[in-house]
Design a protein around this ligand. Structure first.
Ligand code: MSP
Length: 516
C-alpha cells in the first residue's frame, strides 16, 4: 500500500430526471481514474451523489404531481441502480436533501464565509435560467434564450444574500496562472482566466424561501434558502464529514486530488468554488479535470433538448464493459463527441468481438488443444517479434525484442504515463496496440503449424501470448473490470518447482463478446 491518498469527485447529478449517456461519461471517466489509483495502492476515496434542491427539481416534481422529497427519492433510487449497473465503484453517494450528512457541512461553510465578512444583504434584479440554476446576463443570451437550454430566462427582483466573489477573483486568476489550481486541459484554464479578466461581480447566494420552498435554510434567517450552487458545491466537503462531529475523512482526504466536471459547469468549479474555499480558509482542489460534451445529433445531449440516449440501452445490448470500453477508448476526454448506435456497433465488433475476444479464444484453444491448458516457460525464451513498433518511450529500437520485453519497456510505461495525465483513451490505445502485436505475433509464428515441427518452440510462442493476455487483463482492470477478472480467471498464473511460470488456462464456455 502506498502512503499516498487520492480523493476524486464527480459533480452531483440533478435528481430531476434519469441519468443519460452524458452523465454516464462523467461517472465512467471518474471511476476509471478511481480504480486506477486504487490499483496503484493509494488510499482512494471516490465521491459521487445527487443535487436535489432548487427550482428545477421543484418544478419537475410538480409536473409529476409529487412532493419534492418523494420525487427525488424516486429518481435517486434509479440513479443508484444505474451507478451499480455501470460498475461505478464510488465509496459514498451524498444527497443534498440529507439533513444529517450534508446540511451541517453546507451550514459550516456558510458560517465561515459570514465570519470572513464576505456575505452581505442586497437586492438582486436580473435574469435567472432555471435550467442552469444560475443568474444570467443579457450578453450571454442567444436570441433572448439560454444557449444551453434554448429557453428564455425569467426576470427576477428579490432581496438576497450576496457573496463577495469580486474580492477573490484576482487571487484565483493568479492561482490558475501559476498552476497552483491546475485546470486540465489548459484551454479551459485560459477560458477561466479570460472570464476573470473581464469584470467579476459579487453573486447572490440565497433565494427567498417563498420563491423556492425547497433547500437548506440560511443560518439565522429562515426567510432565505441557500442558493442551490452554494448548497451543492459544499457536498465535496460535507461528504467527508466537514461540519459533523467526525471530521476524520475531511482531514485525511481534503483537498481533492481530481475534481471531474463537464465544461458547462466550469465557472462554478473554477471560480465560485475556489472563492468559497479561500474565504473559508480551506485548501483548494489540486486539479479540475474538465471533459467535453456527449452530443447527439450535433447538440449537447440533454433532457431539455430531448435528444438523450439511455446507457441501459447499450448495457442490455452489449454489456456494461462494452459501454465502458467505448467511453474509455473511443472518446477523447477533453473534446466533444457524437454517439451513434452505428458507430458503437462497429467498434464493438472490430475491437471487442474480433480484437480482444477473438485473441483470447484463439490463444486459449491452442493452449488447451496442444498443451492441455498447462504452458510452462519464461520471458527469455519467447521468440522475438518481426514487426516494427510505432511508438517507443525507451528510445531503443525494439525490433528483435520479444513480447515480454516490449510490454515492460514500451507498453506499460506509456499506459501509466497516459493514466497519470488522465488520458484514458491513449492508455486504452496502448492496450489495444499490445492486442494487435499479439495478433501479429500469432500471424508471424503460426503456432498451429509450428506445433507439428517443434513443440517446444510452439509452447514458447503460446507462453508469450498468455503472458501478454495476463498483462492485458491487468491494464484493463480500471476500464473493464468484469472482463479483466474473466481473463485473469481463464489464464491463471503459477510457478513450477524450478521457478518457471506456468499458465493454467481454460477455454471460455462462451465468447467474451458475442458478435453483433
Ligand atoms: N448539479 C450540477 C452539478 C453540481 S456539482 C456541485 C449539474 N448536474 S447535471 O446533472 O446537470 O450534470 C452533472 C454532470 O454531467 C456534469 O459534469 C455535466 O457536465 C455532465 N453532463 C451532463 N450532460 C452532458 C453531456 N451531454 N455530455 C457530457 N457531460 C454532460 O450540473
Amino acid at each position: 500500500m502506498s502512503d499516498k491518498k487520492f480523493f476524486i469527485t464527480t459533480p452531483i447529478f440533478y435528481a430531476n430526471a434519469e441519468l443519460h449517456l452524458g452523465h454516464t461519461y462523467t461517472l465512467v471517466l471518474s471511476d476509471i481514474l478511481a480504480r486506477y489509483h486504487r490499483e496503484l495502492g493509494e488510499k482512494t476515496f471516490f465521491l459521487t451523489g445527487s443535487d436535489e434542491h432548487g427550482d428545477k427539481i421543484v418544478r419537475a416534481a410538480e409536473k409529476e404531481g409529487m412532493g419534492p422529497q418523494a420525487f427525488v427519492n424516486k429518481n435517486v433510487a434509479k440513479m443508484e441502480a444505474l451507478i451499480q449497473e455501470i460498475g461505478v465503484s464510488n465509496d459514498l453517494f451524498i444527497r443534498t436533501s440529507d439533513s444529517e450528512k450534508h446540511w451541517p457541512g453546507a451550514i459550516k461553510l456558510w458560517n465561515a464565509l459570514l465570519e470572513a465578512g464576505d456575505i452581505y444583504k442586497g437586492v438582486y434584479k436580473g435574469l435567472y435560467c432555471v435550467g442552469c440554476e444560475a443568474f444570467v446576463t443579457e450578453k450571454e443570451l442567444v436570441d433572448g434564450k439560454c444557449a444551453l437550454h434554448d429557453t428564455p430566462p425569467e426576470k427576477i427582483e428579490e432581496e438576497n444574500y450576496f457573496f463577495k466573489l469580486s474580492k477573490y477573483a484576482p487571487e484565483i486568476k493568479r492561482l490558475i496562472e501559476n498552476g497552483d489550481l491546475k485546470i486540465t486541459p489548459k484551454s479551459r484554464a485560459n477560458e477561466v482566466v479570460a472570464l476573470i479578466g473581464g469584470e467579476v461581480g459579487d453573486i447572490s447566494i440565497s433565494r427567498p424561501e417563498r420563491a423556492i420552498p425547497w433547500g437548506i435554510p440560511v443560518p439565522n434567517d429562515q426567510t432565505q434558502l441557500m442558493y442551490v450552487w452554494c448548497d451543492a458545491l459544499s457536498n465535496y466537503i460535507s461528504a467527508l464529514g466537514y461540519g459533523s462531529d467526525n471530521e476524520e475523512n475531511f482531514k485525511t482526504f481534503w483537498p481533492a486530488d481530481v475534481q471531474v466536471l463537464g465544461k458547462d459547469i466550469l465557472r462554478f468549479h473554477a471560480l465560485l468554488w475556489p472563492a468559497f474555499l479561500l474565504s473559508a480558509k480551506l485548501p483548494l482542489p489540486r486539479e479540475l479535470l474538465v471533459h467535453g460534451f456527449v452530443n447527439s445529433g450535433g447538440k449537447k445531449m440533454s433532457k431539455s433538448l430531448g435528444n438523450v440516449l439511455a446507457p441501459s440501452e447499450f448495457i442490455t445490448e452489449y454489456g456494461c464493459d462494452a459501454l465502458r470500453y467505448y467511453l474509455a477508448r473511443e472518446v477523447s476526454p477533453t473534446e466533444d463527441w457524437d454517439l451513434t448506435r452505428e458507430k458503437f456497433k462497429e467498434v464493438y465488433n472490430a475491437n471487442l468481438a474480433n480484437g480482444l475476444g477473438n485473441l483470447v479464444s484463439r490463444t486459449l484453444k491452442m493452449s488447451e488443444q496442444y498443451f492441455g491448458g498447462l504452458v510452462t516457460g519464461d520471458a527469455v525464451s519467447v521468440p522475438p517479434i518481426h514487426f516494427k513498433i510505432s511508438d517507443t518511450t525507451s528510445g531503443e529500437d525494439v525490433a528483435g525484442m520479444n513480447i515480454p520485453y516490449i510490454i515492460t519497456n514500451n507498453i506499460l510505461p506509456r499506459y501509466h504515463a497516459h493514466m497519470a495525465l488522465h488520458e484514458i483513451n491513449k492508455a486504452a490505445d496502448a492496450i489495444w496496440e499490445l492486442i494487435s502485436h499479439l495478433d501479429q505475433f500469432v500471424a508471424d509464428y503460426e503456432p498451429f503449424k509450428l506445433v507439428k515441427t517443434d513443440k517446444k518452440a510452439a509452447e514458447n510462442v503460446i507462453w508469450g501470448l498468455l503472458y501478454g493476455l495476463r498483462e492485458v487483463s491487468q491494464m484493463l482492470a480500471p476500464m473493464m473490470p468484469n472482463t479483466s477478472i474473466r481473463i485473469s480467471l481463464l489464464v491463471d498464473k503459477t510457478s513450477d518447482s524450478e521457478g518457471r511460470i506456468v499458465f493454467n488456462s481454460k477455454v471460455p464456455v462462451e465468447p467474451l463478446f458475442m458478435r453483433k
